[in-house]
Design a protein around this ligand. Structure first.
Ligand SMILES: *[C@@H]1O[C@H](CO)[C@@H](O)[C@H](O)[C@H]1NC(C)=O
Length: 224
């Protein structure tokens, strides 16, 4: 055999080996999650009954008024709330009611359940995990537990003073959007306003270390 033939034979084997390695990863993650700045980036939080928030068109609303809508668990009424509160609970998936109940979406976007705050202090994701401020995201086209490095979050100073390392984990899904989008959990509407994050980010599926960016501030927000 000529050495050129040997080399090309070796290259073919190498190419096949690489395909074999890259195959499963490539199939699991859509190409938007490979680091190009083409992942839609939105935020979600826990609306609080009685406080200001924004509606789905971005207008400021007060989560108060005539209690015309019933938050239900199956056929059972959890609480009657205003229509602004109801649609915020639906949109964000978790909401905090004036009487202290923490309510989370259940099997569809008109079904709610009351959460045990000692187990789920910041709400619950689609697969039953506890949400964590600034490190968990919702995505509809990535498996539970996928970690991603988001370039725009790296070294970002959070509203509570912590510095982000860029690493987030998929533990939730969203009914209001499709694929190639990450919905970043920021806990508070006020935090969302302060962060003022870009509409698209560079996000790459990779192993990274999930840190704890919670402080006493976030506990206080939930307790009051
Ligand atoms: C994260 O840090 C906060 C503040 O130090 C602490 O109260 C909380 O228990 C920590 N959470 C986890 C999941 O370790």
């Amino acid at each position: 055999m000529h050495s050129a033939a040997l080399v090309s034979c070796f290259l073919v084997i190498l190419a096949i080996a690489q395909l074999g390695l890259a195959g499963p990863i490539a199939r699991r993650s859509p190409s938007c999650y490979r680091g190009g700045k083409n992942v839609v980036f939105t935020q979600y939080w826990i609306p609080k009954e009685g406080q200001h928030d924004e509606d789905n068109d971005g207008n400021l609303v007060l989560l108060a008024g005539a209690a015309t809508k019933s938050l239900k668990s199956g056929n059972k009424v959890i609480e009657k709330v205003s229509s602004t509160t109801y649609s915020k609970c639906q949109m964000e998936g978790t909401c905090s009611l004036k009487d202290g109940k923490l309510v989370n979406l259940g099997s569809n976007n008109d079904d709610f359940q009351i959460l045990d705050r000692s187990v789920y202090p910041y709400g619950q994701g689609a697969w039953g995990d506890a949400l964590r401020p600034f490190t968990t995201v919702a995505a509809n086209d990535l498996p539970r537990g996928t970690t991603l490095f988001v370039k725009e979050l790296k070294d970002l100073r959070l509203p509570n003073g912590k510095i982000h390392n860029g690493c987030v984990e998929v533990i939730d899904q969203g009914w209001s959007f499709n694929g190639c989008q990450l919905d970043f959990f920021v806990l508070e509407f006020a935090y969302y306003q302060k962060l003022n994050l870009p509409e698209k980010v560079s996000a790459k599926v990779q192993k990274c270390s999930i840190q704890n960016f919670s402080t006493h501030n976030e506990q206080l927000f939930m307790e009051t």
